[in-house]
Write a protein that binds this ligand. Sequence first.
Ligand SMILES: [Zn+2]
Length: 497
Amino acid sequence: MPNSLVLITVDCLRSDHVGFMGYGHPTTPFLDSLAAQSLVFENGIVAGVPTFYSLPALLASRHAFKYGRDVVGLCEADVTLASALKNAGYATAAFTAGNPYLAPRFGYNLGFDTFHDFLELEPAPTNGLGSNSAGQSLLGRLNQVTERICRRLPSLGPIYDELYFQYCQHLATRATESLDSLRRYPAADVLVDQAKTWLASLGRAPFFLWLHFMDPHGPYYPKKEALRAIGHAEITPQRARYLNGLWTRGLGTARSHRYWQDIVPLYDAGIRWVDQQVAGLGDAMKKLQLWDNSVLAFTADHGEEFFEHGAGGHAPWTMKEELIHVPLFLHSSSAKPARLKSPISHVDVAPTLLSMMDVPAPAGFEGTNRWKAVQLAEEWDEPAIVDSTECINPNRSETRLAPRVLCVREKRFKLILRLGSHQEELFDLEADPGEQHPLPVCPEDGAGRRLLQHARRHLVKMQSGAPRLRLQARLNELRCQIETSVGPIGEQKSDAV
Ligand SMILES: [Zn+2]
């Protein structure tokens, strides 16, 4: 029976960009070799998109809206995977690579003895320019006036955007830079180094280690070594900055398709760097004699779109497979390698992991323990449910109440509901894996009826919410806003000398 756990989550990693799910480029040689000795869930489905609606499922086995829309992330009512293991005597640590939605403010430190979110690091400027660029200079003010004038005339707006973009690129090429200086989040090696130090300090105590990597998250500035490893050493920092600049400006579908083959290697190299660092972590665990007694769970919080369905990045509007279908495997010396086709939701992962380690699951977990079915090689029928809203900024209460988007995903059929526009899309993923030809939804029979019933049951379950927790969440938010403006509440501020 394994007595320790490593959970690895990779931001923005879609399932079809890893070798063990069929990708043809060398993004994951180590993870492929590990997956060959693991339980691979071929239909691993997130419970929400993006990060802030996804990770409550993995860390606390619950759906994002169980307590209502105002509770973003985890809250005091959650008994998390970390707190369950800490209560069982485990040492616990999390290293997350600067994702602001995984901060203690959103409850992700719950149950961890050591929690490092790297949010203290200053991110690189998004346009590749230093903070002393045009800013408040005479040139900067002139630019602001020009922009205001151009915005008043519809035909001049896009011309201004193009010229300003080219001007910024011209300025930035004069600066000496490297991919490392452009990166916005700490690379995987930074987290793994800290994790290794922490593991070495434990002795033989059972542990839970969570690592959340941001390497494939945009803007895409991978390590040079990783670009070389996937055969794209020719991409210079200047070229990477230019491509990211174009990409984040929102090019429109036609122009984005033109740059697709240039931008994807940058994304893939981020995956390759994670692969290489997980290999290093595995080596360190073997040296410390921790590997054989550990379960390693590998997955992603959601995928990434490259305009396959008209959108880029990971805003949740489309709910297509690029976003909701993620790699997922569990490696343990006590688990027989297998590939499973039944859809598994992220809400099921924590109870399954606890069962593998013989630790009782907390009563509040909403997911199903799949460990017994896996051991008996049984399939299951329940679909995975994916929650979201048309909201990309949950920090504002008005956007949190944006219309719901819901997806019900079976192995073969998939239903997407956009409640704001009363749109329904039904897909047969076997006949139409690219989700290009929606089928009519018949509420009277067939797959449409079955999936609508699942959606209805889920929506009714999520309706009750929890007024006290909602109020607490609002108060916390208010406190954060005040602290941002005037400094910490309830702490003596030291005078500057
Ligand atoms: Zn994310």
